[in-house]
Design a binder for this molecule. Structure first.
Ligand code: DAH
Length: 343
């Protein structure tokens, strides 16, 4: 009994002296004293060595000791929780935060959005189509039957698994998909990526982007096409820019034309960009060929329409002064983060 009293005394001193530090935690206290192999359990076990007439007294002593340890544990736990709270209170919420790096839009996307938003004001909706196309949508339906020499104008990537599949060489394929739906009238803009088997250089790439336009209704004329494109050029390049149409050939339009604008670098006086001509070609266009309409189940005697197609990279290069087409697809953040503002 004497021995037990001494032991309890020593333990109490040790417990009173305990404080939480960098190396000891409240949890360590719990394990050491109150754990399943802890000291309280162990000392309780000493009851069996106590003489029967002292058992009652010893039991009381041990219970008191146990309550003492539990009290200390609660106290330690409470102050640890408070400690955590007080650090939370010391955070100064008025300090400026660490800035998160903001992404920026790709210059090709900026240019595409600009083109799209101009035509949206004329009531054109946006449509997209697949980049892996079948021969019919990329060529056949566009009045380019097999062995047509104009197929050579576009160096096509064929898909090995299926000889009928190609990587679309132009967004004109989406025209066909829209017309096939059979919902008329159609006033659509079709932006997207296209592929051609060209050597990659500063001026050409094996993939680039186009925007296709299509308007089909009753009584659509070449005058509508011209007015639509005049509006676009004014909005895009300013009201002083002049426009000219040159007769051209595309199998899917008749008549066909290419549209030039006065060079927006030199203003028409002649520079390297316009090869000293004062003009820059920006798109191909024309009245949708009656064969194309019939191929899509549209009656060419009732409906007419116009179409146009333009590249996105070239105007973006001119707008931003980018002199190498490859920069657009290298994903160098130092290049990309220069285009944060809307154009
Ligand atoms: N698809 C042509 C190209 O990639 C561009 C084009 C020309 C589209 C005339 C048209 C068009 O819709 O009418 O070169």
């Amino acid at each position: 009994m004497e021995q037990l009293l001494n032991k309890i005394e020593v333990y109490k001193n040790e417990i009173n002296a305990f404080s939480v530090s960098d190396t000891t935690t409240v949890e360590e206290f719990r394990i050491k004293w109150l754990g399943t192999k802890g000291i309280v359990k162990e000392i309780m076990g000493e009851m069996k060595n106590v003489a029967p007439d002292k058992k009652k007294e010893a039991g009381q002593l041990l219970n008191e000791f146990k309550q003492f340890v539990e009290g200390k544990y609660d106290e330690l736990k409470g102050s640890a929780d408070n400690g955590q709270q007080s650090t939370a209170n010391t955070i100064d919420l008025s300090l400026p935060g660490d800035p998160l790096p903001l992404g920026s839009r790709h210059p090709v996307v900026l240019m595409r959005n600009r083109i799209v938003s101009i035509f949206q004001r004329l009531g054109f909706a946006v449509a997209e189509g697949p980049e892996i196309e079948d021969d019919w949508h990329n060529f056949g339906a566009l009045n380019l039957p097999e062995h047509h020499p104009a197929r050579d104008m576009q160096d096509t990537f064929y898909v090995q698994q299926n000889p009928d599949w190609v990587l679309r060489t132009h967004t004109s394929s989406v025209q066909i998909r829209e017309m096939e739906k059979g919902k008329l009238p159609i006033r659509m803009l079709m932006p997207g990526r296209v592929y051609r088997n060209e050597t990659v250089s500063a001026r050409s790439h094996c993939f680039f982007h186009q925007v296709e336009g299509l308007y089909i209704d009753e009584n659509v004329s070449f005058a509508d096409l011209k007015q639509t494109l005049y509006f676009f050029v004014k909005e895009m390049y300013g009201k002083d820019v002049k426009v000219r149409f040159r007769p051209s050939y595309f199998p899917f339009t008749e008549p066909s034309a290419e549209m030039d604008v006065t060079c927006f670098i030199c203003g028409g006086s002649g520079c390297n960009i316009c090869k000293k001509t004062g003009w820059v070609e920006i798109l191909g266009c024309g009245m949708v060929h009656p064969n194309v309409l019939s191929n899509c189940g549209i009656d060419p005697n009732k409906y007419t329409g116009f179409a146009f197609g333009m590249g996105i990279e070239r105007p973006a290069m001119l707008k931003y002064g980018v002199n190498d087409l490859r920069l657009f697809s290298e994903n160098d953040v130092r290049f990309l983060k220069q285009f944060t503002s809307a154009i």
